[in-house]
Design a protein around this ligand. Structure first.
Ligand code: AFP
Length: 289
């Protein structure tokens, strides 16, 4: 089954399938950039400026962001685009405007790109219900309004994982010969039982007492857990979905609100995890990120 058949099966209409196709088209273009990263190294991974989240922005982040914005705008289905790489929300011109707000991180994990680690594009989509309200009153304040979220992992192969509300999580793999995404499975974490905990344990000394206590349970010999941390959320979540286990990034003394961005990383990944039968938990909520 290819992507079009899947979208048809799920009655993705009113512009939703156009948005997903625009994200797919973008992923194919971003994939080509990622593949060429060592050939055009000086251009593609040269460091640039800090983005709106305070992260260092690479040329790759900027190019990937431009690709996403251009394809999503041309889908004629989005009213607002909210990108990790842009300070402000992008209001799509009336002539191209549609019914949905799309959130995205065009290239998450880009600080790992120099060593050929899997990086990814993360997105989530909500219906733009009330265009008469100001943008501040229309954007996502929790993950419950998401109708579709997913990510594309640019790794050994390029995989798209996409979740629709109430319809589970689907994995599609990009076939470079036919240049199509092909359905390669339904992801259900409930029948995966590898004992892996995924956390940046080098922050241990900076966690609060409860967090230390929680992780010590995994460390115990009898727990039989092993630890994995790539440091690229898309790769770490992908492994967790496929094998089972847990992923977390707690706040610490240096990052009192946590490191991950709630709109671009936490909400979409929590949505995917829950659709796959898993749990997503937030211990402390900050309004800042
Ligand atoms: P970059 O996009 O700057 O590489 O950040 C990636 C990320 O936000 C997320 O994908 C990882 O899970 C997390 O940072 C890794 O953080 P540490 O470097 O602190 O392990």
């Amino acid at each position: 089954m290819n992507l079009d058949t899947l979208l048809h099966q799920f009655d993705c209409n009113n512009g939703l399938s156009e948005i997903i196709n625009a994200i797919c088209k973008s992923s194919v273009e971003i994939e080509q950039l990622v593949n060429r990263v060592f050939l055009d190294k000086t251009v593609l991974i040269s460091k640039c400026i800090q983005n709106s989240s305070g992260d260092e922005q690479h040329k790759m982040d900027i190019l990937s962001n431009e690709i996403m914005i251009s394809n999503l705008t041309n889908s004629n289905s989005c009213s607002v685009l909210i990108s990790e790489e842009n300070e402000d929300a992008i209001i799509v011109d009336e002539s191209h405007s549609g019914n949905y707000i799309v959130y995205f991180d065009p290239l998450d994990g880009s600080s790992n790109i120099d060593c050929n680690c899997g990086v990814g594009t993360i997105f989530s989509i909500i219906l733009d219900n009330d265009k008469y309200k100001t943008i501040e009153n229309r954007v996502l304040t929790n993950g419950n309004n998401i109708i579709c979220a997913g990510y594309i992992l640019y790794g050994g192969s390029t995989d798209m994982v996409i979740a629709f509300k109430g319809k589970g999580v689907h994995r599609l793999s990009f076939d470079r010969n036919t240049t199509e995404y092909v359905h390669t499975g339904i992801l259900d974490i409930t029948n995966k039982n590898k004992k892996v905990y995924s956390i940046n344990e080098s922050n241990f000394e900076r966690w609060d007492i409860d967090m230390k206590h929680y992780i010590r349970q995994y460390r115990k010999q009898e727990s039989k857990y092993t630890q994995r941390w790539i440091g690229s959320m898309v790769s770490d979540i992908h492994r967790t979905l496929l094998y089972g286990g847990m992923f977390c990034y707690p706040s610490d003394e240096n990052n009192i609100h946590g490191k991950l961005r709630i709109l671009y990383e936490c909400f979409p990944m929590a949505f995917i995890m829950e659709e796959a039968g898993g749990k997503a938990i937030i211990a402390k909520m900050s309004n800042d990120r």
